[in-house]
Design a protein around this ligand. Structure first.
Ligand code: 3PY
Ligand code: MG
Length: 253
């Protein structure tokens, strides 16, 4: 089976850097996949993407060296299995509030006997190779998002769960849930303390920790702190920021 570059990064002792696709388009997916990132995450939760966009985006990413991940909208097994059948090598699941939620992710993303994933890896076979079914369970990465008070309270238990490779922190939701407002690089001590706590819980359990960042500089800082999976902002945010900068240059007198 084609290897998962995120697992290769981890085996080499370095963090994986993932692009983040909020624009539901195969051309922008290909551009991000060719940018030098290790991984590209298609966002099905908040982005302007649907299932058919996801399939053409996964096809575009296949032509790049980057490994495709999908952030699914929730723990519903149908969408997790569909993303995997379409060739995703990683599942990032939002709003994991309990070990039961995390177990639902593991169950949907693992073949029996470890889980309850149904067999029918349509694009998975094309992308992964003919031995997909034998190696899918150990190749696919499953990350549970910690971004609520409930998830924070259960983080040790979630990290201890077999089949969960690690956690992915949503700093915006986490700040909001702690009553501190949204920020992709929080400075409030309660929120930064919560992020440190999650990182420590993942490391203590021998699991991986990732988070969404607003920039490459923050992603680098987080990697230095010990994070294993960092996202230096989304395609849509980067497009907005770079266009704003160019417009301001164009309009300057
Ligand atoms: C958050 O910050 O809440 C996220 O989900 C980032 O993707
Ligand atoms: Mg979130």
């Amino acid at each position: 089976m084609r290897p998962n570059r995120v697992r290769e990064c981890w085996a080499e002792g370095r963090p994986a850097i993932s692009g983040w696709l909020s624009i539901g388009n195969s051309y922008s997916a290909e551009i991000v996949g060719m940018s030098g990132v290790d991984c590209v995450t298609i966002d099905l939760q908040h982005a302007m993407t649907d299932i058919s966009d996801m399939i053409s985006m996964l096809q575009a990413i296949s032509a790049t060296p980057a490994t495709p991940f999908v952030r699914v909208p929730n723990t519903e097994p149908g969408i997790i299995m569909k993303a995997l059948d379409a060739g995703s090598y990683g599942i990032i699941c939002p709003l994991v509030n309990s070990v039961d939620d995390a177990q639902a992710v593991v169950h949907a993303a693992s073949y029996p006997p470890a889980g309850g994933r149904s067999f029918g890896p349509s694009r998975g076979l094309l992308y992964g190779g003919p031995d997909y079914a034998q190696h899918a369970d150990e190749t696919i990465v499953r990350l549970a998002m910690i971004e609520t008070r409930e998830g924070l309270a259960a983080v040790e238990e979630i990290c201890a769960l077999d089949g969960i490779d690690g956690i992915f922190i949503g700093p915006n939701d986490l700040g909001l849930n702690l009553g501190k407002g949204t920020s992709a690089d929080p400075t409030d001590p309660e929120v930064t303390g919560a992020i440190d706590h999650c990182l420590g819980a993942a490391k203590a359990a021998g699991k991986r920790a990732g988070l969404f960042c607003p920039s490459g500089a923050v992603a680098r800082r987080r990697a230095t702190e010990g994070f294993d999976f960092v996202v230096p902002n989304s395609d849509a945010n980067l497009l907005k920021a770079s266009l704003a900068a160019e417009l301001s240059a164009a309009k300057s007198t």
